[in-house]
Design a protein around this ligand. Structure first.
Ligand code: DX5
Ligand code: ZN
Length: 222
């Protein structure tokens, strides 16, 4: 069953020189979660932030769920560090671990919710075998590594497929979309089955975060 819509601004597009403040502004503007992109210049061709920054956001006073998206390889060594640093949910790409089932179990043992991430060209096959260990399915609608890319339309068909699998499982699993999400395509993405929207450049690139967040929710603006 579909859960209430969550908007998760990707802080990849925030002002890193004033990260705490910019994150707080997005939450005050109506966002629900903080989407935290971790890149290693190995699994993806970019380098970003680690557990120290996650902890810094907690120390700054951010209490909203932090949705950590690991684009790093391997993952197991760093999972406990993110849990310790205040992550609420940790998502991993299946191809970044030799033992997906073990890595998902490790995330739960550390007290966090689990997410599994599928790149645009990656089939959903493995989901069948780990679905009972998954709290969130994240479909990439761009190739991971950078903010500000164009939404890949095939993600809509894949969303419908993922929605079907989740509904048939009767488990409480969120369906999140990441990449190129903006007010102009949010309605189609939600209609295809998503209940959690990541948006980086669309929110942090705007003058009025609240207006974009309302538009993503399909609420008309004045
Ligand atoms: C890309 C990241 C995304 C990215 C989305 O690898 O996982 O979270 O920040 O940015 P936008 O919303 O600008 O496409
Ligand atoms: Zn992401």
């Amino acid at each position: 069953m579909k859960q209430p819509l969550v908007i998760a601004p990707s802080i990849l597009s925030a002002d890193f020189a004033r990260l705490g403040e910019d994150t707080r502004l997005a939450l005050e503007a109506g966002a629900d979660w903080v989407h935290f992109d971790v890149m290693d210049n190995h699994y993806v061709p970019n380098l970003t932030i680690g557990p120290l920054v996650c902890k810094a956001l907690r120390d700054y006073g951010i209490t909203a769920p932090i949705d950590v998206h690991l684009m790093i390889e391997p993952v197991d060594r760093i999972i406990p560090d993110f849990a310790e640093a205040g992550a609420s949910l940790i998502s991993i790409h299946p191809e970044t671990t030799r033992h997906l089932d073990r890595s998902l179990s490790l995330i739960r043992e550390c007290g966090c919710k689990t997410g599994i991430v599928f790149n645009p060209a990656t089939p959903l096959d493995v989901l069948d075998w780990v679905i009972d260990k998954v709290d969130l399915v994240l479909l990439m609608s761009v190739n991971p590594g950078f903010g500000g890319q164009q939404f890949i339309p095939s993600a809509l068909a894949k969303l419908k497929q993922a929605r079907r699998i989740i509904d048939e499982s009767e488990l409480e699993i969120r369906l999140e979309v990441d990449g190129g999400v903006k007010p102009g395509n949010a309605a189609d993405i939600i209609a295809a089955g998503a209940d959690t929207l990541v948006a980086g450049s669309a929110i942090f690139g705007a003058d009025d975060y609240a207006e974009v967040i309302r538009a993503l929710r399909g609420q008309t603006t004045a």
